[in-house]
Ligand binder design. Structure first.
Ligand code: IMP
Ligand code: MG
Length: 174
């Protein structure tokens, strides 16, 4: 941490734990007999995905896709780059996207279109955090952890320029 950046806890690891439990309950109800494919968006969702799937005690598969839209700073470029594509057939499968944050919405609009071309049976979205005040394109969220203010958050897998992913809590950078 540089001297001009202060971290303030927004959601503690305890609050995150109970939120992940709640989300797992909601997802379980809808997917218990569907053998879904979880598509986790790297890198930001890796901690959330690991916690979430361990609470889903029914058959499912986990796949990863790596997308990027941010440079080193806090602003999205709006242009989505596929850094690592999905190498797994999802035709006629129920897909659940697991994301860390929906911000402008561009990443999700891009990904839903990318997945739709592969003709899945269904696509739904679970995101740990949502920043509705920043939205530029509409995205419908099926399972939501936290609504966050228009502040830059880090921790619990979420980074700023690859830093802070290791923090157990979700913090605001001030
Ligand atoms: P969107 O395409 O603008 O919706 O951006 C989505 C991606 O931007 C997320 O998956 C995050 O990786 C990143 N992002 C958005 N807001 C934040 C934040 O507050 N902290 C860290 N990353 C963020
Ligand atoms: Mg992300």
């Amino acid at each position: 941490m540089t001297s001009n950046q202060k971290l303030k806890i927004l959601f503690s690891f305890k609050e995150i734990e109970s939120t992940v439990n709640r989300l797992a309950g909601e997802i379980r109800r809808d997917y218990v007999d569907k053998n879904p494919v979880i598509v986790s968006i790297l890198k930001g969702s890796f901690v959330f995905t690991a916690d979430l799937v361990r609470r889903l005690d029914f058959p499912l598969e986990v796949e990863f896709i790596r997308l990027a839209s941010y440079g080193k700073g806090k602003e999205s470029s709006g242009k989505i780059i596929v850094k690592q594509g999905l190498h797994f057939p999802i035709k006629n499968r129920h897909v659940l996207i697991v994301e860390d944050i929906v911000d402008t919405g561009h990443t999700l609009v891009f990904l839903i279109d990318y997945l739709q071309k592969r003709e899945p049976a269904s696509i739904k979205l679970c995101t740990l955090a949502n920043k509705p005040s920043r939205r530029q394109v509409p995205v419908s969220i099926d399972y939501l952890g936290f609504t966050v203010p228009n502040k830059f958050i880090v921790g619990y897998g979420i980074d700023l320029g690859e830093k802070y992913r290791y923090l157990p809590d979700i913090c605001v950078l001030e």
